[in-house]
Design a protein around this ligand. Structure first.
Ligand code: NDP
Length: 505
């Protein structure tokens, strides 16, 4: 591709807002539901480069007018007609161009390259396509001379379905892009509350001084989804919760909770610390598989007072599938900070409520002087909630008000609800932050190759152990909190899921 537009500022792939953005899979679900609305919001907030051009790439034969109508319709649908600003919308639509490309056909990339050659050469390519196309896209962009040292590439999960397939994808990308040009998305890292974990932990000595095995009893990370399979049975059945959720989102959250302070707030300092956590994660081997892991699959049940089908009764289901729609596990991190503090991870589909939260369960006082019947509640908890709304809450113990109450304890929250405390009209979607950081070339919120591969290695080992042990798949009703065995598992280790912490033993 022509480099004739290069200017002095284009000395590195980092630190400068891209002026050219190419979206592959531009008419797919992710692009229409998340990426286009996020780009519009960035434009509305005047955070995009004035010169930014956006090339939508898809294989439908549509005109630019039809594309713009489609995008306007999408923005109305996902942002809301009342929220759209006419000037911002018009500016945003003017940025759009369209190129019809079958991504498996090398010759189609020539037309794309010819259009891009007229644009600023610092291009960000966003691959919102099935990962099976990543190899073709990289190879054909290279073949069309559409990659230069200033380009960036953003890829969605999943990077493979195990360690060896992820290496194939990463190797292929590495042929054409340097690691500093590759941005692997885990959209959980773009959430405001996950970013706030860094501020909470490392800007508040109060928390950091207590953030270790001496003070923390156990850590719980739960991601419960209300939705079932939503027409994606075939895709999900090949993956299951371990590969679809634990390998990426839950392990990334665990890393953010457990990592040591980075020496600086740079992408590589943060990612170096996350890698150390992944290297210290204890395997769940054959000896532990029966006591540290529970797999489940939802059966027919009730969801919000309506009958809800079980996984095997969903549309397009293969009725003999043994794919897990729920997983709960216990692991430990073998290092100075965390030795002996269990981390419990849990995620399921078709659960009672949509909740994503990290609960830090602090240890009780070593010498307890209050009512012995209240000893059970005498633990602080820090609740970091990502969904359904973003908040941080510290459960503290206080005295019941009233002269007749003696020294009865009660738990009260010190609560930060970000929508209220920061008086923002709305909390930006994770994709807005991630797109902006990718356009700026800041890799802090993106996953490095070694992180992806260590996460796969750990998950692969657990999957092999459960297959060897022929671990049973436990039933749970659609609309419930998962199988009873998950509660039994954590209670065997002397702990409880947060939602059970108020129940009498
Ligand atoms: P979709 O299937 O909805 O969209 C994929 C897009 O790729 C479609 O527009 C499709 O075009 C296009 N495509 C497929 N094959 C070709 C081809 N040969 N040439 C040109 N275009 C092609 O998938 P999603 O949007 O749901 O997902 C995209 C990526 O994002 C996947 O990697 C997914 O795992 C990941 N992801 C998605 C999330 C989501 O919420 N949707 C969340 C997290 C990750 P056409 O319309 O013509 O078929």
């Amino acid at each position: 591709m022509s480099d004739s537009n290069s200017s002095d500022e284009l000395t590195t792939a980092k630190g400068i807002l891209s002026h050219s953005f190419v979206l592959f899979g531009a008419l797919g679900d992710l692009s229409l539901r998340k990426l286009m609305p996020a780009l519009y919001q960035l434009d509305h907030a005047q955070l995009l480069s004035k010169e930014l051009n956006i090339m939508a790439v898809a294989r439908s034969a549509i005109s630019i007018t039809e594309l713009k109508q489609r995008i306007e319709h999408t923005l109305n649908q996902y942002i809301g007609a009342d929220e759209l600003n006419a000037n911002s919308l018009s500016r945003f639509l003017q940025r759009l161009s369209y190129c019809k490309v079958d991504l498996t056909h090398a010759q189609d990339y020539i037309a794309l390259e010819q259009k891009l050659a007229l644009w600023h050469p610092q291009i960000t390519y966003y691959l919102a396509t099935p990962p099976s196309l990543y190899k073709d896209i990289c190879q054909h962009l290279h073949g069309a001379n559409a990659i230069n040292e200033h380009c960036r590439i953003v890829v969605e999960k999943p990077i493979g379905h195990d360690l060896s397939s992820s290496k194939v994808i990463n190797d292929k990308m590495a042929l054409y892009f340097d690691e500093s040009q590759i941005f692997r998305i885990d959209h959980y890292l773009g959430k405001e509350t996950v970013q706030n974990l860094i501020a909470l932990r490392f800007a508040n000595p109060l928390f950091e001084s207590q953030w270790n095995h001496q003070h923390i009893d156990y850590v719980e990370i739960s991601v419960a989804e209300e939705v079932g399979i939503e027409g994606r049975w075939g895709y999900f059945d090949k993956a299951g919760q371990m590969r679809d959720m634990v390998q990426n989102h839950l392990l990334q959250l665990l890393c953010m909770v457990a990592m040591d302070p980075p020496s600086q707030l740079t992408a590589n300092s943060i990612r170096d610390e996350k890698v150390k956590v992944l290297r210290s994660l204890q395997p769940i081997d054959q000896d532990k598989i029966g006591t540290h892991l529970v797999l489940g699959q939802y059966t027919d049940g009730q969801f919000k007072q309506q009958p809800a089908p079980g996984y095997l009764n969903e549309a397009d289901a293969n009725t003999s599938s043994d794919t897990e729609t729920f997983i709960a596990l216990r692991t430990e991190i073998a290092n100075w900070r965390w030795t002996g503090t269990p981390f419990y991870l849990r995620t399921g589909k078709r659960m009672a409520n949509k909740v994503t939260e990290i609960i830090i369960h602090y240890k009780s006082n070593s010498h307890y002087i209050f009512d012995p019947d209240q000893a059970e509640i005498a633990q602080n908890k820090l609740i970091i909630r990502l969904q359904p709304y973003e908040s941080i809450s510290l459960q503290v113990l206080t005295k019941e008000q009233g002269i007749d109450k003696n020294m009865q304890l009660r738990r009260d929250p010190l609560h930060l609800d970000f929508a209220q405390t920061q008086s923002q009209a709305r909390i930006p979607d994770a994709y807005e932050r991630l797109l902006l950081e990718a356009l700026k070339g800041n890799q802090s919120l993106f996953v490095r190759r070694d992180e992806v591969e260590l996460a796969w290695q750990w998950c692969d080992q657990i999957r092999q152990a459960w297959h060897r042990a022929e671990l049973p798949l436990e039933d749970y009703s659609a609309g419930s909190n998962g199988p009873q065995q998950a509660s039994n598992m954590i209670e065997t280790h002397g702990h409880r899921w947060y939602e059970h912490c108020n129940e009498a033993k």
